[in-house]
Design a protein around this ligand. Sequence first.
Ligand SMILES: [Zn+2]
Length: 323
Amino acid sequence: MVGKQTQQMKKGQQAAGTTFGSKRIGVESKESVVTPPSTSAETQLNRRPVGATPRRRAIPEGLWTKCRRCGELIVDKDLTVNLKVCPQCSYHFPMGARDRVASMVAIDSFEEMDAGMSSVDVLEFPDYPEKLTANQKKTGLRDAVITGIGHLRDHRIALGVMDFSFNGGSMGSVVGEKLTRLIERGTRERLPVVIFSSSGGARMYEGMFSLMQMAKTCGALAYHAKERLSFISVLTDPTMAGVMASFASVGDLIIAEPSARIGFAGPRVIRDTTQSDLPKGFQTAEFLKERGLIDAIVSRHEMKDRMAYYLDFIGSRAEGPRT
Ligand SMILES: [Zn+2]
């Protein structure tokens, strides 16, 4: 199905190429206005009177997305159908937590936990409440993680998914508490835990309370492991700092999406501190897999099948009827 859509998308891209070409030679026809307007600076330079300010024809917002890697223009609807992966170069765009949950578990089986939990401004950090409200409005989430129990094929799993678009996926007390409750429920009900991380690190607005979440989540995972239950950690772009330095790096299996940036401090900080050049591809999933930190790199299209395979291997069949 995806293949067919990709084919259709490719046809659309070819058509787009034709229209761009005809514009360049000045034979633009008005009947097929299905492509975004050209932003070619060259064409516009010729038309613009001397001394006038550059005129930029904007691509309509919310209809097209430009691929950050190959520059391809992709219709937003097609991008969503293709799991936010560029059909041209397979660049993995950031994926929202709700879309991710829907891509992994049968959505009618998903029982969300602590959906209403929201942060409080315990340190009275300037502008933090406003920032929280703005992020809640922007994303439709209460905080940067969704947790719950759902069915992935035959397996009942405890699933946590972080969302980078909520304040950079930062881990404050709510993210830590929700994940800890998820892991503890996984331990009680003997479920494997799967967490998709996407985070810039600890939430500075909550200071020490954010840092405490690192120990809390890892503590809960230690009890989970003591019961001989499995934790699969999936690192998506980017997984950095306090999240990578705690629960995200202690999975029994650590999987990453292609080209995901993974690390503790950012490359600029490391370069400045060590006063040395960093190797090529530093802090990418591929670099870390080569060095043994990551077990597998799995593309988004394969993720569900591969996760089912791993869960089969672990042996965590759901009891009772499949939903
Ligand atoms: Zn691309």
